[in-house]
Design a protein around this ligand. Structure first.
Ligand code: ATP
Length: 337
C-alpha cells in the first residue's frame, strides 16, 4: 500500500471547483512535486493533507490511517510556507526548539542533541542566538526547515518555500533540501510553479492544470515524453505545431499536434543529406536570444516559426536573414493530444 493516498478528492470554493476528483499515491521516502500554474489547486491539495482545508468528498490516507477528518495538530505533518512564519522575538535556537517542546515531553539532553543535529544539517552554526530579523531570507527558511524536521514528522510539506529567495541562493537551497530529505529518508511533497525547480528536486512530478492532474512521471520522462499540449507547453520549452504547421515543415500530416524540443532541431548552413529517420527543410533565420551557453534561434519555414537551440561556444553561427537548413529526427517529433 502506498504511504500517502489521495482518493477522489473534490473541493469547491463557492462556484470554483478547485479539485476535481483527484487521486494520487505517494511512496514512502519520495520527494514528489505538485507542479502547475498559479491557481490550479496545488496548495489546496497539500492543505487537505495538513488538515488546513477539508475536502468536500474523498479521503486522505497517511501511513495506513484515514486522516481526512483528523485534528491537524495530531497528524504529525510538518509544513513549510513561503512566509517563514518564525517567532520574531525568539532566537534561532528557541524557534527550532519550539516545535519539539510543543509536541512531546523529552529530556533536556535529548532536546539539546536534536537541536545540535538539525542546526548542523541546515548549516546554521553561530546563528543560534540571532533573532529572525538578523537573518537573510534563505537563513530564515533554513530555520523553518529545522523547526519542522526536528519533530520527525511523517511527511514534510513545502508550499512554494523558495519563491521569495533570489535565484542563486535558491539553487543552493533546492539541493540542500533534497540532500536533507534523502538523508532522513523522509517523505516530502513540494508545491511549485517553477519547472526547473521541479526537475531538479523531484523523484516524481505531478503536473496540474485547473483542478486535475495532467500527467505524472519521473522528471526525465515528463521532459522527454509530454503527452499533451499543456504538458509540452509547461515543461521543456517545446515547439508545438498544429497538424497543418507540421505538414508545412515536414510534408507529413499526422492528424494531431506535434511537439519538438528546440535542442533536437539541428541547424547548419548547407543542406543535410537525406535520411529515412529524419525530416529536413530549408529555413530563414528570423532572430536569436542568448540563454546562458545556448543560443535560441527563431527560424521560419514559410509562415511557420520554429525554435532551435545551438550551443554557444564563441562565435555567432547564423545571422538574421540568412538561409539555413534544419534536420530533426522523427523520433524527436512527439505526437500529442
Ligand atoms: N480559502 C479560499 N477561499 C476561496 N477560494 C480559495 C481559497 N483558497 C484557494 N482558493 C482558490 O482556489 C484556487 C486554487 O488555489 P490554490 O492556492 O490551491 O492554487 P495553487 O495552484 O496552489 O496556486 P498558487 O501557486 O497561486 O498558490 C484559486 O482559484 C484560489 O483563488
Amino acid at each position: 500500500m502506498a504511504y500517502i493516498q489521495f482518493e477522489k478528492i473534490n473541493k469547491r470554493f463557492g462556484a470554483n471547483h478547485v479539485l476535481r476528483d483527484i487521486s494520487l499515491t505517494i511512496e514512502k521516502g519520495q520527494l514528489v512535486t505538485l507542479l502547475g500554474p498559479s491557481g490550479c489547486g496545488k496548495s489546496t491539495l497539500l492543505r487537505t493533507l495538513a488538515g488546513l482545508e477539508a475536502p468536500d468528498s474523498g479521503r486522505v490516507i497517511l501511513d495506513g490511517e484515514d486522516i481526512t477528518g483528523k485534528d491537524p495538530r495530531r497528524r504529525n505533518v510538518g509544513m513549510i510556507f513561503q512566509q517563514y512564519s518564525l517567532f520574531p522575538n525568539m532566537t534561532v535556537r528557541e524557534n527550532i526548539a519550539f516545535g519539539l517542546k510543543m509536541q512531546k515531553k523529552l529530556p533536556a539532553e535529548e532536546i539539546n542533541e536534536r537541536i545540535a543535529r538539525v542546526i548542523d544539517m541546515v548549516e546554521l552554526h553561530g546563528k543560534e542566538k540571532s533573532l529572525p530579523a538578523q537573518l537573510s531570507g534563505g537563513q530564515q527558511q533554513r530555520v523553518a526547515l529545522a523547526r519542522s524536521i526536528i519533530t520527525e514528522p511523517k511527511v514534510l510539506l513545502f508550499d512554494e518555500p523558495l519563491s521569495a529567495i533570489d535565484a542563486k541562493l535558491r539553487k543552493a537551497l533546492q539541493l540542500r533540501i533534497k540532500e536533507i530529505q534523502r538523508s532522513l529518508g523522509i517523505t516530502a511533497i513540494f508545491v511549485t510553479h517553477d519547472q526547473d525547480e521541479a526537475m531538479l528536486m523531484s523523484d516524481v512530478i505531478h503536473l496540474f492544470s485547473t483542478g486535475k492532474i495532467e500527467q505524472s512521471g519521473r522528471p526525465i520522462d515528463m521532459y522527454t515524453a509530454p503527452r499533451t499540449r499543456f504538458a509540452a507547453g509547461f515543461i521543456g520549452h517545446y515547439n508545438i505545431l498544429s497538424p497543418a504547421q507540421f505538414e508545412a515543415v515536414t510534408g507529413e500530416n499526422r492528424g494531431c499536434d506535434v511537439a519538438i524540443r528546440p535542442e533536437t532541431v539541428e541547424v547548419q548552413p548547407q543542406p543535410f543529406p537525406e535520411r529515412q529517420d529524419a525530416y529536413r527543410s530549408a529555413a530563414v533565420v528570423e532572430d536569436f536570444t542568448p540563454h546562458g551557453n545556448i543560443l535560441r534561434y527563431t527560424l521560419s519555414v514559410g509562415s511557420v516559426n520554429l525554435q532551435a537551440d545551438v550551443l554557444f561556444r564563441s562565435v555567432l553561427l547564423f545571422e538574421p536573414g540568412q538561409t539555413v537548413y534544419l534536420s530533426v529526427e522523427k523520433k524527436n517529433c512527439l505526437s500529442i493530444a
